[in-house]
Design a protein around this ligand. Structure first.
Ligand code: 6GU
Length: 271
């Protein structure tokens, strides 16, 4: 996979040299390039923003500067690159975007080329996303959560880490991707423990010391159900009832939940 990131703070993307993403780059699985948006400015002050039409607070990033930058980085459209590149998927991190989820991370992990346009200030002139969609580029405006950051860079780091760890060969043991939170089961992950067996007066749950694999799997699933109901009732309601077995239904009942009218919901919901 190739990833390009365009930002007025390229140094902000330095963590992409480290850890899992850095290793994916060193292993040749990921070809990642960070660009300074100001390299595409033409004026003496290297201006990237201006005041908003219609008034209001703050500054908006100019579409002409972004257009020149993205034409160059996307390749294949407008300025013909030296070597044609596969079609790119343009990702624009913005608090007004659609929620970024594990399913979207999985989709992005199937792309050959991702380009991240990191805005600052009040955002990027809306014609930039419109223009590239009209030109046939797939454009995703994505938010990483319901809070406001000062720019898209931290969000791009989040999206890139979530995507790169799904690329074949990046996570050493692919089994560790199977039971994690936000996987296909729709449950939060169960709690994990390691040595020492007692620490700070706290013991590891006895069941995990028995070596009884079927009972351990059942315990983990029960705790995952409990956590999901307590912490993320929205995810509990979205569970597919056809994926629940009789033991799951017993556990849900103890937690005050049930399958009613084909949906997972609290016993007393709306009553
Ligand atoms: Cl993607 N960008 C900014 N600036 N703020 C955010 C965000 C993105 N997602 C949540 N808040």
């Amino acid at each position: 996979m190739r990833i390009d990131v365009v930002s007025i703070f390229p140094e902000y993307l330095a963590p992409l040299e480290l850890s899992l993403v850095g290793k994916a780059r060193a292993a040749g699985i990921l070809d990642l390039h960070v660009h300074d948006l100001r390299d595409w400015t033409t004026d003496r002050h290297r201006t990237v923003d201006d005041t908003p039409f219609g008034g209001g607070a703050g500054m908006v990033m100019r579409p002409d500067v972004w257009g020149t930058a993205l034409d160059g980085v996307l390749g294949s459209i407008a300025a013909a690159p030296a070597a044609p590149r596969p079609p790119a998927h343009l990702v624009i991190p913005t608090p007004s975007g659609a929620p970024f989820t594990q399913r979207i991370a999985e989709q992005l992990a199937g792309e050959q080329h991702l380009v991240f346009a990191c805005g600052r200030y009040e955002g990027i002139d809306a014609r930039v996303a419109d223009h590239y969609r009209e030109a046939g580029v797939v454009v995703s405006e994505l938010s990483i959560g319901d809070y406001v950051l000062s720019g898209g860079e931290a969000a791009a780091l989040v999206v890139i880490e979530a995507v790169v760890r799904l690329l074949p060969g990046v996570v050493g043991n692919p089994e560790s991707l199977v039971e994690e939170s936000h996987g296909d089961a729709g449950l939060l992950e169960y709690p994990v423990y390691t040595k020492p067996p007692e620490w700070a007066g706290l013991a590891v749950p006895d069941i995990l010391m028995t070596g009884h694999h079927a009972r351990i799997a059942r315990w983990r699933r029960d705790v995952a159900l409990e956590r999901t109901v307590e912490r993320r009732p929205d995810l509990a309601r979205a569970l597919d009832p056809t994926l629940l077995d009789a033991a799951d239904l017993d556990t849900l009942s103890v937690l005050g939940w049930e399958v009613r009218d084909g949906a997972v919901q609290p016993h007393d919901d709306g009553l």
